[in-house]
Design a binder for this molecule. Sequence first.
Ligand code: CA
Ligand code: CA
Ligand code: CA
Length: 340
Amino acid sequence: MSLFIYLFVDLDLLHNRNYFVTIGAFNAVGQSTYAFSKPIKIDDTPPTYGIVVELSGDYKLNHSNPERRLSWNCSNTDDCLGLDGECLESITQIQILWEPFKDEDTQITKYEVALGNTPGGTQIKSFYEVDRYQTSELVTNLDLSDVRRVYATVRGYNEAGLSSTAVSNGIFVSRFSAGLQPLRPFTIKDGATFNDLDFQTSLTELSASWDFSGDPCPIRKYEWAIYRIDGVESQPMTDVGDRTSDTNIEIEMKDGETYYTVVRATNALNIPITLRSDGITVKRDPLIPGQVYDGLLVGFDLTYQKETDTISASWSGFGKGAPAKEIVKHTGKSWIIGLS
Ligand SMILES: [Ca+2]
Ligand SMILES: [Ca+2]
Ligand SMILES: [Ca+2]
């Protein structure tokens, strides 16, 4: 038996029509037989795609009965968006869902799924095939510890082999929820300056600023409170929305007392993260700057020196009321001598 392939080209086949191939075979004495193909439908339009979403949670496979997977589905855009997560609690797996793809001409034959760290990317997981009836997939055995955001891509094929691709809007990996260190430490600073302050003169005004951006999962709300060092509340937890600094201008503080700030940041998974500052002390008498002298003799400022391998300085009088204490410090061939 031989297999013959005959290719018809330049046909003007119409979309969405059924075509049949008829084969007529004639033998040497003129006898003939005919064979008819099953209908071949012409589909030159790809399927329409649905929305793809990621769920936030850490969904466990049922290992004792792998057949009993959690079955998630969403059949329309609103339902799917209602399930869409903003932050992922797991760094090893992700559950994705998609609206069924449709083709009005032919059937959907399969889906392919991939994960990337860019929209449409496949850096985390290359495309692999899943069943035509599936509208969700739990992708496991991942290492998302260095990934900020995951994007899921689903490609659906019709019977003509044409495909459409849908890309999710992404989900942030919450390192905090997964028990990992943030990419940058969370910080709180006393005062309204770039660096943390430990002293201030005001008795009525206290500022703080904070940075929780080290976790990829965004913070939805910040609240802050002020406590005296002995735990007495000076300002109850106050919601400041998405602001990362605030000033209370009507607080009553006492000279010599230390106050600290507590910030509660609530992330998009509704998980609160609480942090306190290292405190700021109210000192009504500002520190008086001391004097610095070039050279070793306290009180005598040298302008010239003959040594070329050492330089020294001395100083005194920093801080009001502090007992006179002079320290001489050599640099170059460096050594330090403390005098009292
Ligand atoms: Ca089609
Ligand atoms: Ca999402
Ligand atoms: Ca401080």
